[in-house]
Write a protein that binds this ligand. Sequence first.
Ligand code: ADP
Ligand code: SF4
Ligand code: MG
Length: 332
Amino acid sequence: MTDPRTRKPVLEVEGLQTVFHDLEGAWPAINALDLTIYEGEVLGLVGESGSGKSVAGFSILGLIDTPGEITAGRVLFQGKDLREMDEESLRKLRGADLSMIFQDPLTTLNPVLTIGEQMGEAITEHGQADAEALRRRCIDTLTKVGITSPEERLSQYPHELSGGMRQRVVIAIALLNSPKVIIADEPTTALDVTIQSQIIAEMQRLQHDSGAALIWISHDLGVVAELADRIAVMYAGDIVEIGTTDEVLDRPRHPYTRGLLDSVPGDVPPGEPLRQIEGSAPPLNARPFGCPFHPRCAQATDLCRSSDPAPQGDGAGRIWRCHHPITAQEAA
Ligand SMILES: Nc1ncnc2c1ncn2[C@@H]1O[C@H](COP(=O)(O)OP(=O)(O)O)[C@@H](O)[C@H]1O
Ligand code: SF4
Ligand SMILES: [Mg+2]
């Protein structure tokens, strides 16, 4: 596998911040997020529930509503800042060059329209096509995502399909307009394990064939490890570690990443209990002072309790955010 960082960047996120407002104030859910996505790569974005992964995905596409607000940063796609675009141009870009697949297919699918109608809409909104060409393209795309009897599916409604089929339809819609970047937010989490691995294998093939860059969001490091060229680990709204999949899995530098790795079932000898990281990600309005991970970190020192570590890097795209990073010897 070539290092994706040798390719051209397709999306550059710089200093993106999103807050949620409540009666007490404005609480950042993502904090100065910096992330570069390269052409054709799969970037896995991992972290426990509540770490800010979905907010990151929505914020990149400008899909944040009240009580949320994007308060800082830039999202450059083909040199243009999405945050400076008017809503109409942004809407055109979404569903065409940039598309998102959500965890729950029912948030994307309209219950009162047939699959064919919804797919047709997704195409015509982003360009004209005659009826027969449209139908062909829908059938081809449904076939690509592993849907049997695609002609019949076109006249069915979402509720007539199984959960796995619905999610495949959502993936098909996301692929219809040959996007350059796909953000997939835990698209298989709600499905049973067999269907989950089928869909992951299909996504891998589709992504490879289409050359789209894919941001795969998951709380499951095991799933991401199978798919991704690079992994970004999120905690409390920050990316705390990023590197190629091999770098992050074999030589983690952040204690949180180490903790996630220790809780992946396959990595523990049979019979030994999984070591879960004790505690959970902090709520937005109770972000610990200093390093936000310090209450859960065995390596925490006074420095960690008083100062939030700045990102450090090796100059080649490997980044970590910790006062006492794990050394190569310790990681081995
Ligand atoms: N609409 C919302 N209003 C208030 N807080 C929210 C909202 N959406 C998300 N959050 C908060 O932002 C944080 C990050 O959430 P999210 O991105 O959904 O986490 P993840 O996807 O990693 O599980 C969480 O603390 C969550 O409670
Ligand atoms: S900065 Fe300190 S508390 Fe935070 S992860 Fe590193 S060692 Fe642990
Ligand atoms: Mg989420």
